[in-house]
Design a protein around this ligand. Structure first.
Ligand code: FAD
Ligand code: NAP
Length: 512
C-alpha cells in the first residue's frame, strides 16, 4: 500500500462512482475495443486496462488505487488480467470499476485453457469394482433401492465421481487418489437444491456442481478415507423417492482446474457473538450454514464480503481459535460449525467500521480459504520463531496450536510479538499462561510506543533485535521463521533475516 492523498479513500471512490459523473468519457456508451485501440490508452492521464475481456478506463481511479499509480500503470494499455490475479484476484473489480467500463475487447485475449481434462483422467479415475464392493458393505444395514449411476463428464473424458442412492440417502463418491486427503481439502455447500462440492488437489480444484434432482434435508456429511483419497458427500433426501439422476450439471460441474482460476465462492454466515479482546480488537464468532462443510487450514485466510454504499467490498481475515488451548497434549478439535475471527476495528476503516455495525444474528458472506502456507513446512522443524506485529498475530494462533501438538521433533517455539502499547497486546494473559505451562514455548513482547512504566523490551523490528531473539537452539538445528504484520514490517523482517544468514526455505511470510 502507498499513502493516499486526503479524499482518496475507498469510500471517496465509492462516492465518486455514485455521483453520476461520466467516468469513461463515453457518456455511458459501451464500445468494442481493438488491441490497437487499447494500446493507445497507456498514459496516466488516459489509461485503459483490460481484465478478463472487459476494458476499463482507470484514469479516474489512479489516485484511489491503494497499491499506487505505478502499480496500475504496469498494465496500462494492455491485458492486465494476470497481473490483477497475482496481486488481488479477490477484489471485486466488476463492482468497483463498473462506472469505468468502456466495453469489451473486439477479439478476446486468449487466456490459458481453464479445464484440464487430461489431468482429470489421469489423476481421478472412478474405480467401479472397488466402489461396488464398498457399496455392498455400506448398505448392509437397510437397502431399499440401490443404484449406480456413471455420470458422463461434460464434453470428453470419463467421469471423476459416482453417486448412488438408498431410500433415504444420496452418496456422491469422488476418488482423488491423494494419499494425504483430509477434511480441510473438501468444501461442500448445499444451498436449497444447489450442491457444490470442491476438492483441493495440490494447486488444483475439482468441482461437483449440480442442481439436485430433488430436495434434500439440512446438513451434509463428509467422509474421507485418507489413505486411498476417497471422498464421500452424503445428503439426506427430503422425500423418500427414487432419484432418476443426481441433478442438472451447472456451469463448472466436473471440472479440474487451477485453484487460481476458480472464482471465490461465498456462503452467508451468521454472526453469533462478538467479544472484546482489547480496546479496538474484537473476536467475532460466525456460524456456518448447516449444509456447509468447511475447515479453514492452519495458516490460511478467508475473505469477507459486504455491500458498502452499493459496492461490493472484500477483505481478507485469518481465522483463529476461540482461545489458546493451554493443554497441547491432544490436537484441539472443533465443532466445525463456527469460524472465529480476531479483527481490529479502525476508526477510519471502511470495512471494519461496517463490520462493527453488524448485530448478533446478522449475516456476512465468507469465502473459501486461501493461502500458501503448508503444514509440511513446519512438520520437521526443531526451532520455530513466530514474528508478529499487531493483528499479524492471527495466523500464529492456529500455527502455535499445530506446532505444539503435532510437531514431534520440536524443541522450542518462540513468539516475538510487536505492538505499539501494552493495551494493544492481543491475548497477553493467555500467552503468558501458556509460556508458564509449556516449557517449549516462550513469548517476548516488544513495544514501539510504550509508556514510562514498561520494563520490557522496546523498539521496532531491526537486525539487532532479531539477532538477539532468533537463535538456533543448537548448531544446524532445523528452523522455521514465520512472519506477519504490516507489509513493510514483513518485508523488512524478511530482509533482516536473510542478512542474518537464514535461507528462503527457513522463512515463511504471510501475505495476501
Ligand atoms: P482501511 O479502510 O483499509 O483502513 C485501515 C487504516 O489504514 C485506516 O486507519 C486508514 O485510514 C488507513 N489506510 C488504509 N489505506 C491507506 C492508504 N493507502 N494510505 C494511508 N492510510 C491508509 N486484519 C485483522 O484485523 N484480522 C485478521 O485476521 C486479518 N487477516 C488478514 C489476512 C490477510 C492475508 C491480509 C492481507 C490482511 C488481514 N487483515 C486482518 C487486514 C484486513 O484485511 C484489513 O486490511 C483491515 O481490517 C482494515 O480494513 P478496513 O477496510 O477497515 O480499513
Ligand atoms: P499496528 O498496531 O499498527 O503495528 C503493530 C506493530 O508493528 C507496532 O509496533 C508498529 O510500530 C509496528 N509497525 C507498523 N508498521 C511498521 C513498519 N512499517 N515497519 C516496522 N514496524 C512497523 O498494526 P496493526 O494495525 O494491527 O496491523 C497489522 C497488519 O497486519 C495489517 O496491515 C494487516 O493487514 C496485517 N495482517 C496480515 C495478515 C496476513 O496474513 N498477511 C494477517 C493479519 C494481519 P509503530 O509504532 O512504528 O507503528
Amino acid at each position: 500500500q502507498v499513502p493516499l492523498k486526503p479524499g482518496r479513500s475507498l469510500m471517496d471512490w465509492i462516492r465518486l462512482t455514485k455521483s453520476g459523473k461520466d467516468l469513461t468519457g463515453l457518456k455511458g456508451r459501451l464500445i468494442e475495443v481493438t488491441e490497437d485501440e487499447l494500446a493507445k490508452h497507456n498514459k496516466k492521464e488516459d489509461c485503459w486496462i483490460c481484465i478478463r475481456g472487459f476494458v476499463y478506463n482507470v484514469t479516474p481511479y489512479m489516485e484511489y488505487h491503494p497499491g499506487g499509480e505505478d502499480e496500475l500503470m504496469k498494465a496500462a494499455g494492455t491485458d492486465g488480467t494476470d497481473l490483477f490475479d497475482q496481486v488481488h484476484r479477490w477484489v471485486n473489480y466488476e463492482s468497483m470499476l463498473k462506472e469505468c467500463l468502456v466495453g469489451r475487447m473486439a477479439v478476446k485475449p486468449v487466456a490459458a485453457p481453464k479445464v484440464m481434462y487430461s489431468r482429470i483422467c489421469r489423476r481421478i479415475q472412478p474405480q467401479p469394482k472397488i466402489l461396488v464392493k464398498y457399496t455392498i458393505h455400506l448398505v448392509e444395514c437397510f437397502v431399499f433401492s440401490l443404484q449406480w449411476h456413471n455420470v458422463k463428464a461434460f464434453d470428453e473424458g470419463s467421469s471423476c465421481y459416482d453417486w448412488f442412492q438408498t431410500d433415504s440417502l444420496i452418496t456422491i463418491v469422488i476418488y482423488t487418489k491423494q494419499k494425504d486427503m483430509n477434511a480441510e481439502l473438501v468444501i461442500v455447500d448445499c444451498q436449497g437444491k444447489r450442491l457444490r462440492g470442491e476438492i483441493i488437489v495440490d494447486d488444483c480444484s475439482y468441482l461437483v456442481e449440480v442442481d439436485l434432482d430433488h430436495a434434500v434435508q439440512d446438513g451434509v456429511t463428509v467422509n474421507i478415507a485418507e489413505k486411498v483419497g476417497k471422498v464421500e458427500i452424503i445428503l439426506r433426501k427430503k422425500d423418500y423417492i427414487h432419484w432418476k439422476m443426481l441433478g442438472q450439471p451447472l456451469e463448472s460441474h466436473n471440472t479440474f482446474i487451477k485453484r487460481m482460476d476458480r472464482g471465490l465462492f461465498y456462503r452467508k454466515c451468521k454472526l453469533v457473538s462478538k467479544t472484546e479482546v482489547t480496546h479496538d480488537t474484537k473476536l467475532l464468532c460466525l456460524m456456518l450454514p448447516k449444509s456447509t462443510h468447511l475447515r479453514v487450514p492452519t495458516g490460511q485466510h478467508v475473505y469477507l464480503k459486504q455491500i458498502i454504499a452499493g459496492t461490493e467490498v472484500v477483505k481478507p481475515y485469518t481465522p483463529v481459535l476461540p482461545f489458546l488451548p493451554l493443554d497441547f497434549k491432544e490436537p484441539s478439535h472443533h465443532d466445525g460449525a463456527h469460524i472465529y475471527l480476531m479483527i481490529k476495528i479502525y476508526s477510519c476503516g471502511l470495512f471494519t467500521q461496517a463490520l462493527d455495525h453488524l448485530q448478533i444474528g446478522d449475516y456476512i458472506s465468507v469465502s473459501n480459504p486461501e493461502g500458501n502456507f503448508k503444514k509440511s513446512q513446519v512438520q520437521t522443524s526443531e526451532d520455530v520463531f513466530l514474528l508478529a506485529a499487531g493483528t499479524g498475530f492471527t495466523p500464529m494462533v492456529k500455527l502455535l496450536n499445530f506446532i505444539l501438538t503435532e510437531v514431534s521433533c520440536l524443541r522450542t517455539v518462540k513468539l516475538i510479538f510487536f505492538n505499539k502499547t501494552e493495551d494493544d497486546i492481543l491475548w497477553r494473559n493467555q500467552l503468558e499462561q501458556l509460556a508458564l505451562k509449556d516449557k517449549r514455548f516462550e513469548v517476548q513482547f516488544i513495544l514501539s510506543q510504550p509508556t514510562k512504566d514498561w520494563v520490557g523490551k522496546q523498539g521496532k523490528i531491526s537486525s539487532s533485535l532479531l539477532s538477539e531473539f532468533v537463535k538456533r537452539s543448537r548448531k544446524d538445528s532445523k528452523v522455521l521463521i514465520c512472519i506477519c504484520g504490516p507489509t513493510p514490517f514483513t518485508e523488512q523482517g524478511v530482509q533482516y533475516l536473510k542478512d542474518l544468514g537464514y535461507s528462503q526455505e527457513e522463512i515463511h511470510a504471510f501475505t495476501a
